[in-house]
Design a protein around this ligand. Structure first.
Ligand code: AMP
Ligand code: MG
Length: 371
C-alpha cells in the first residue's frame, strides 16, 4: 500500500523573514472580525538555548506566562546540567538501585518516549546522552545567539554558523564503544511513577524538550481560553485555535540545502505540533567531513540514512519531536511506517533533494516560490 508522493526539491526564494527548523508565518496584525477584546500579542525571546517566537490572539497578554512555562520546564524538569531538575535527580541516582519518583506529567512523557524508543527499534533513544556528551554536541550550538537585529524580529538563525565555527574533536572508536555501554533504553525501568537507571546511565531529553514545551504551552492556552496562537520553540511549532481572519496557520519548512529559503508551506487549522529535525541545525566540519547532531544510537556516529531533514506533525508535541528524530535515523521506509503507526504525518527531504511524504502531509503541503 503506497502512501507516498515524491517530488523533486527545488531551491525556493526566501519566503518570509524567519528561519528555524520549521518556521511559522504569522498573519496580519489586523484584527477585523475578532470580536471585542481579542488582540494580537507578539514576542521574540530565547529560552532552552533556542529562539521562542510567539503570536497570540487573546484577551490578555500571556506571552510572559508562556516564557515562564518554558523556563520552568527546563529548570525544574529537563536540564541534566542543573542539579535540582527531575532528570538530574534520576541521573544522579543511577546505579543506586533506587527508583526516583517523578511528577505525573514527566512520568507520562517518559512512558511515551520509552514506547517510541521500543517501536523505533532504538533509533530514538533517550539514553543516548553519554555519546552526545562525548561528541560535545551541546557545545557545537553554544555559539548560537540572537543578535540585536534578530531580537528585533528581522531574522532568527545562527545555528549553522555556530556549527561551522565550533572547535570539535572527533571521538575515536574505542571512546564511542565505551560510551555506548552506558546507553540502551531497554535497560531503563519505569514503574509505579518511578525511574531506575543502571550505573553510569543517564536520561537526555534534548531531542524532545521543545516538543514537550509545546504540549505544556497548549495546556496554558486552553486554560486561558486563547482565541488562537502560533508559537515556535526552536524546531517545534505549536498552532492553536483560529486566526482572526479565518485563514489557516502557515508553517514553512526550511530547505536544508539553502537554509534561508523554504521548500514549502504547511497550512494547518486548529491545534497541531510540527517538529523538524535537520542536519543543518547543529554540525561541525572536521577535515572536510560534516558531522551533524542526530546520532544513530546503534553506532554512536551521526545517522547516515541519506536524509537531510524530517518534518512531522501530529497533535502531540512530545511525539512530533521524538518521531522527527527517530525518522531521521530510520530513513524513509521505516520512518514512514513508524510515523503512520502513531497517526502522524511526515515529510522527508533526502540528500538528492527528493521530498517524500505521507498523504496527510501532501494534503496540507504547498511548494513555495519560483524555480
Ligand atoms: P532533534 O534536533 O530534535 O532531532 O534532537 C537532536 C538532539 O537530541 C541532539 O542534539 C542530541 O542531544 C539528542 N539526540 C541525538 N541523537 C538522538 C537519538 N537518536 N535519540 C534521542 N536523542 C538524540
Ligand atoms: Mg526531535
Amino acid at each position: 500500500m503506497k502512501r507516498r508522493t515524491e517530488k523533486k526539491l527545488q531551491i525556493r526564494k526566501v519566503y518570509g523573514k524567519y528561519a528555524a527548523g520549521a518556521v511559522f508565518l504569522a498573519g496580519l496584525l489586523c484584527l477585523t472580525g475578532c470580536g471585542g477584546r481579542v488582540q494580537r500579542y507578539d514576542s521574540l525571546d530565547t529560552a532552552m538555548g533556542t529562539v521562542i517566537r510567539q503570536s497570540i490572539y487573546s484577551g490578555e497578554d500571556i506571552t510572559a506566562q508562556v516564557q515562564e512555562i518554558i523556563r520552568s520546564l527546563e529548570e525544574s524538569e529537563l536540564s541534566w546540567r542543573l542539579a535540582d531538575t527531575e532528570i538530574a535527580k534520576i541521573n544522579a541516582a543511577s546505579g543506586s538501585g533506587e527508583a526516583v519518583l517523578v511528577s505525573e506529567k514527566l512520568y507520562k512523557d517518559l512512558t511515551i518516549l520509552l514506547e517510541v524508543s521500543q517501536k523505533s527499534g532504538g533509533a530514538f533513544d533517550f539514553t543516548v546522552g553519554p555519546v552526545v556528551q562525548l561528541w560535545n554536541i551541546d557545545e557545537w550550538a553554544a555559539g548560537e545567539q540572537v543578535s540585536g537585529k534578530q531580537a528585533a524580529g528581522e531574522q532568527v538563525s545562527g545555528k549553522q554558523a555556530a556549527g561551522e565555527q565550533a572547535e570539535a574533536v572527533i571521538p575515536d572508536k574505542e571512546e564511542i564503544a565505551r560510551a555506548l555501554q552506558y546507553t540502551g533504553y531497554e535497560k531503563v525501568l519505569l514503574e509505579d511513577g518511578g525511574v531506575t537507571l543502571l550505573e553510569g546511565m543517564s536520561l537526555d531529553l534534548g531531542a524532545v524538550g521543545k516538543g514537550l514545551a509545546c504540549d505544556r504551552i497548549a495546556a496554558l492556552l486552553e486554560e486561558k481560553e486563547v482565541y488562537g496562537a502560533v508559537i515556535s520553540v526552536g524546531g517545534s511549532i505549536l498552532t492553536y485555535g483560529k486566526k482572526p481572519d479565518g485563514t489557516p496557520w502557515q508553517v514553512g519548512i526550511i530547505n536544508p540545502e539553502n537554509t534561508s529559503s523554504m521548500i514549502g508551506i504547511l497550512s494547518l487549522e486548529g491545534q497541531w505540533c510540527v517538529s523538524t529535525s535537520g542536519d543543518y541545525e547543529r554540525y561541525v566540519i572536521v577535515d572536510g567531513v560534516k558531522y551533524h547532531h542526530i546520532l544513530n544510537p546503534a553506532t554512536g556516529y551521526p545517522a547516515d540514512s541519506g536524509i537531510r531533514s524530517v518534518t512531522v506533525f501530529c497533535k502531540s508535541g512530545v511525539l512530533s519531536d521524538a518521531l522527527s528524530t527517530a525518522c531521521f535515523v530510520l530513513g524513509v521506509e521505516e520512518g514512514m511506517e513508524l510515523a503512520k503507526s502513531y497517526g502522524a504525518e511526515v515529510l522527508f527531504v533526502d540528500e538528492e533533494g527528493m521530498i517524500t511524504m505521507t498523504d496527510g502531509m501532501k494534503d496540507i503541503f504547498k511548494e513555495t516560490g519560483e524555480n
